[in-house]
Ligand binder design. Structure first.
Ligand code: CA
Length: 476
């Protein structure tokens, strides 16, 4: 009898430990995307910034991989975020413009035909959170983050926000409708409920919530989207951080530096919490900016890149871009292959370690083989951009040096390997014409797959509200 009992116990233990091993081998990674807003290409240490220390953001690159040619899909926030959040070129579903802040309009934002990254990982039973800026529509049913796959939402719905709680004088998003500036002054919300007692500087509040989410969910796979609005205008920083940069004489740059540094500290708190929870090894952390720096607006610096936010030169669409995942990626990697924010969705799908339902065709690729098998040739692909309202298009070959821009006022061709600052339009000297023709042909095919804009944007603000009033008066 006794011997039987022992045998039973041993085999039960054997089963238990083999289950544990299997679980350990296939355990799904946690996912964190940290998005900065209007951060200049050169404004992080890992891209050569000298006057703003970003040791924590740099950890992501230095302990993982830095992508030297990391792109976003649009040179301004809204459409760029739509591409990131769906893994698809946003013009496939008409998200061609920066949305108007219109919480009563279910058409003004990300259409229901699209699956968000949060909805996708929910099908694999992840816990999900957005801390920060949404900007993909403010309608409570159609677009609210809690309706688009996020279990937890702390932040605001508009395209930007003021940083100090005393400026948050408007109770809810509905009270701000019709006034973009008022969208910056609403109280923060937590899952649709007004946060009445917030006292912290916005960047610090967003970081705090992100840290708490990591702490509370360390024992199960999670997806955290930490979407700072820093260092987007208005330029507002705390005395504590301004004090650190009193040696910077330009007041705009000083405030910008303080804002970036506050964000960097927040990133540090999140990384520290991963360490404290013992889950850093199997957590993918992505860091990027939603578009290039607008030099005049916030004193950001895109280095030697031409142009900035809202231009389709490199300064508008090439952003600081890094990833850390110790389990798969060795530290200190540098990847020079052009990659794009769309690749993040595809990377997550390819590395979830459990099945998920992906609703639509994705446009990106898995980034991991690019980093872990650099000897393999870069994928044959071309990256595309569309700026509908200017009839402006861009194509960039993903395994070569060339980029073309087509626009009504003239076409351009650059060799980015030789001319990263896009100073010499090769079409003017009739060089590499065949490269231009080939990219232009691919671009024409891609354009046919894109949809017309689904809504009017910020540039048509008055016209939008005129039409809304008309609709209301006619009872529709
Ligand atoms: Ca932005």
């Amino acid at each position: 009898m006794k011997a039987k009992n022992i045998k039973y116990t041993v085999s039960a233990m054997a089963i238990m430990s083999s289950a544990l091993i299997t679980y350990g081998q296939t355990k799904s990674p946690n996912i964190i995307i940290i998005l900065a807003d209007d951060l200049g290409n050169k404004d992080v240490g890992f891209n050569g910034c000298e006057d703003i220390p970003t040791p924590n953001i740099d950890r992501i690159a230095n302990e993982g991989v830095k992508f030297t040619q990391g792109y976003v899909t649009f040179a301004v926030s809204g459409p760029s975020r739509a591409g990131l959040m769906t893994g698809r070129y946003q013009d496939r579903f008409g998200f061609a413009r920066t949305p108007v802040f219109a919480p009563s309009d279910p058409e003004m934002g990300l259409p229901g035909s699209e699956q968000t990254m949060a909805e996708m990982v929910k099908t694999a039973e992840y816990r999900t959170m957005l801390s920060g800026k949404w900007h993909l529509g403010a309608h409570a049913e159609a677009h609210h983050p809690n309706k688009r796959g996020f279990d937890e939402f702390f932040g605001f719905l508009a395209g930007g926000h003021r940083y100090f709680p005393e400026d948050w004088t408007i109770q809810t998003e509905y009270d701000a409708e019709g006034n973009e500036e008022h969208g910056y002054r609403t109280k923060l919300q937590r899952n649709g409920q007004v946060v009445e007692n917030e006292t912290e500087y916005l960047t610090e509040a967003l970081s705090r919530e992100a840290v708490n989410f990591v702490k509370d969910n360390a024992d199960q796979p999670f997806f955290l989207y930490l979407a700072y609005n820093a260092p987007h205008t208005p330029l507002q920083a705390t005395d504590e951080y301004l004090e650190r940069f009193k040696h910077i004489t330009d007041e705009k740059r000083r405030t910008y530096a303080a804002m970036v540094n506050a964000m960097d500290d927040g990133v540090g708190h999140v990384l520290d919490q991963l360490d404290a929870s013992g889950i850093a090894e199997n957590t993918m952390v992505f860091f990027l900016s939603d578009n290039g720096g607008p030099r005049n607006a916030n004193a950001s610096d895109n280095g030697i890149l031409r142009g900035g936010k809202s231009t389709w030169y490199e300064g508008g669409i090439r952003v600081p871009f890094a990833m850390r995942w110790p389990k798969k990626i060795q530290s200190g990697q540098v990847c020079n292959v052009p990659v794009i924010s769309l690749d993040i969705f595809s990377t997550i799908v390819a590395n979830l370690g459990r099945s998920a339902t992906v609703k639509n065709q994705l446009d990106g690729i898995d980034l991991i083989p690019l980093v872990t098998q650099p000897e393999r040739p870069a994928p044959q692909r071309t990256l595309f951009w569309k700026m509908h309202d200017r009839d402006l298009y861009v194509a960039r070959n993903g395994n070569g040096a060339f980029k073309i821009l087509t626009a009504p006022n003239g076409n351009e061709l650059y060799n980015l390997d030789e001319d990263i600052s896009e100073k010499r339009n090769l079409l003017k000297s009739n060089e590499n014409k065949e490269v231009y023709e080939a990219l232009a042909e691919e671009l024409e095919a891609w354009k046919k797959e894109m949809k017309e804009p689904a809504f009017l944007g910020l540039a048509e603000l008055k016209e939008y509200w005129r039409l809304q009033r008309q609709k209301k008066e006619s009872g529709n």
